[in-house]
Design a protein around this ligand. Structure first.
Ligand SMILES: [Zn+2]
Length: 289
């Protein structure tokens, strides 16, 4: 650790001590108001039959190289934003702009995620894709996951089967979370740093397990694309950009859905027109062990 780094760490610690109100306050009455029913309707599509499987298989060594590079980058990047569980959003550390939001895409990679990643990449818009195990259990689906990660997007754990963790035994919850971490690591060469429970339905067990695995647990501030009236491009664009819940640091939930994919570019532009920057997941302070 260089001296500069030590100083920055010390400064960070002092900062954290000075405003520790956020740190320990577990507010379970979440601000997910518009949204606590993240929808389950992810029937697994029969994608296996389609024949445009990606045939680029440059696996093993590439993974190792990439891992080393990413570890090096991670060490250089100082965190700029800290999660605040009161609204599952983010507060700036030091002088990062407060007027910023995080984009997250859940239930990926189903039919739209690769296209959504391309749209975001073109706009230079970072995001986390929260993936499910049942969407990455064929070679074609694994290739999609790799493609999204290779475009520079963060991959988060959203459980194997999108189950409500509160309805499962501890062993079953462990399987939902750990098995997916292994699958993701096998494809992209690293374990996820973020965990989001389906329906925002965390248990004490799942939270501590996710944390043991080094993942930051997050729900979201708002999202609408599973609600019938917002299932078209114009309506979902409008509400994502003009929601009364839009605020500094908001954590925006979207899904791998046709209408959201169609609206994504306008959503990003709309947020930027309102002067919101987009938080890069790599700038989020990792889990504090
Ligand atoms: Zn979900």
């Amino acid at each position: 650790m260089t001296n500069t780094l030590k100083w920055m760490t010390l400064a960070l610690l002092l900062f954290a001590a000075a405003c520790s109100t956020n740190a320990g306050s577990e507010t379970n009455s979440t601000a997910n108001s518009a949204s606590n029913n993240e929808q389950a309707s992810n029937e697994k599509e029969a994608n296996e039959g389609t024949s445009n499987a990606e045939t680029d298989s440059e696996e093993a060594n590439d993974g190792e190289e990439q891992k080393k590079q990413e570890e090096a980058t991670a060490k250089e990047t100082e965190p700029e934003y800290r999660l605040n569980e009161a609204f599952w959003g983010f507060e700036p550390i030091n002088d990062a702009p407060a007027e910023a939001v995080l984009l997250t895409i859940d239930d990926a990679p189903d039919k739209n995620a690769v296209e959504m990643a391309k749209t975001l990449k073109e706009l230079d818009a970072p995001a986390i894709f929260f993936v499910n195990g049942h969407f990455i259990d064929t070679e074609e689906e694994k290739a999609r996951l790799k493609e999204i990660h290779d475009m520079g997007f963060e991959i988060g754990n959203h459980t194997m089967t999108h189950a409500d963790l509160k309805s499962l035994s501890e062993d079953e919850q462990r399987e939902e979370i750990l098995k997916l971490n292994d699958m993701i690591e096998e494809v992209i060469g690293e374990k996820p740093k973020f965990f989001r429970a389906p329906f925002g339905s965390n248990t004490d067990f799942s939270k501590s397990l996710a944390e043991e695995e080094g993942m930051l647990v997050m729900n979201w501030t708002y999202g609408y694309d599973w609600v019938k009236e917002y299932q078209n491009k114009a309506a979902i664009t409008d509400i994502m950009v003009n929601s009364p819940l839009l605020q500094n640091g908001a954590n925006l939930l979207m899904h791998d859905r046709d209408w959201t994919a169609a609206a994504l570019s306008d959503i990003v532009k709309g947020l930027r027109d309102k002067d919101y920057a987009l938080i890069n997941p790599k700038e989020i302070e990792p889990l504090q062990k």
